[in-house]
Ligand binder design. Structure first.
Ligand code: NAP
Length: 281
């Protein structure tokens, strides 16, 4: 049976470090503060908001929510984001997405000040990531990297296959891995012979949003598998993009779902807020 790469243990270690960093900032008169902007009351948004607030409390980060009704106008949303961008007491802004269909996502993201863009959604953050400059990467992509680092997985010179090229996970994760000197292949829905491509990897990072896409035929002994996917089964249980029971007996290490990348994402969010507030976390 493979080793488990557990997000909770990585999150615990990071949370302890962040709490100390936040205490140092508070001693200098700064209260690191996250503003969460939510439109409507989607269950996913409420769950993530709850998890983020809980983690923020553990990290010594103040969190406040700006909740707009589900039928909020574009003007109301832009007004809220612009006000938070100009509020010196707020260091990080998290906009919960996807937004309701009547709202313009690109315009909303553009209203977030780049220095407060702790989830890497602005063009400025994307450009910084592309150019390898300072800036915040999307939290989930950064959490994948943090989990691999915490697990001591060698990346320099390793072959990494990322399955998925979305702007929130696959693409930014590929750029972060390139920074670590990994040799990165990005696979997607047009990739031919996906199983062969996946078997070439030392590290296989799967963010396809397809429950059970990756099975025994896609892996080989010794690989490290990071499963970003998260899906709710009709019975309420959660599973990932990887068939855990098939894959875990073959590979060297694998993230469980739940308890893998997702467990670390909110700690990374808090790390970004503390950095935005001037901390060195
Ligand atoms: P997304 O926007 O739907 O993107 C999915 C990507 O996977 C696309 O690039 C798509 O290719 C590719 N893909 C789909 N089917 C494929 C197939 N059969 N073979 C190869 N590639 C395929 O999804 P996302 O937002 O990146 O999220 C991915 C998963 O991560 C979801 O399950 C989501 O719930 C989960 N997630 C987890 C967290 C967390 O904190 N754990 C956070 C965010 C997301 P094309 O580009 O060609 O369409």
């Amino acid at each position: 049976m493979s080793d488990l790469l557990r997000g909770a243990s990585a999150a615990r270690a990071l949370t302890e470090r962040l709490a100390a960093e936040s205490a140092a900032l508070r001693a200098r008169g700064f209260m690191p503060t996250l503003a969460i902007v939510r439109v409507g009351e989607r269950d996913d948004d409420l769950a993530y908001e709850r998890a983020a607030r809980q983690r923020a409390a553990q990290c010594g980060v103040a969190a406040r929510t700006v909740a707009l009704p589900g039928d909020a106008t574009q003007e109301a949303l832009l007004h809220a984001l612009t006000a938070l961008s100009g509020d010196a007491r707020v260091h990080g802004i998290l906009l919960l997405r996807p937004l309701p269909a009547h709202l313009d996502d690109a315009a909303a993201c553009a209203a977030i000040a780049p220095e407060k863009d702790v989830d890497g959604v602005t063009r400025a953050s994307m450009a910084a990531l592309y150019a390898g400059e300072a800036g915040f990467a999307p939290c989930t992509a950064a959490a994948c990297l943090a989990l691999l680092r915490h697990g001591g997985v060698p990346l320099d010179g390793s072959r990494v296959v990322v399955v998925g090229r979305s702007g929130v996970v696959g693409r930014p994760a590929a750029l972060l891995l390139l920074r670590e000197n990994a040799t990165v292949t990005v696979a997607h829905s047009h990739t031919r012979a996906l199983s062969e491509v996946c078997r070439e990897a030392d590290v296989l990072l799967v963010a396809a949003g397809r429950a059970g896409l990756i099975g025994a035929a896609h892996v080989r002994p010794g690989q490290v598998v990071v499963d970003v996917g998260i899906h709710a089964a009709p019975d309420g249980s959660l599973c990932g993009d990887v068939k855990f029971d098939e894959v875990a007996p073959i590979v060297g290490a694998i993230t469980p779902v739940p308890g893998g990348v997702g467990a670390l994402t909110t700690a990374i969010l808090c790390q970004h807020v503390i950095q935005a507030a001037g901390g060195s976390a």
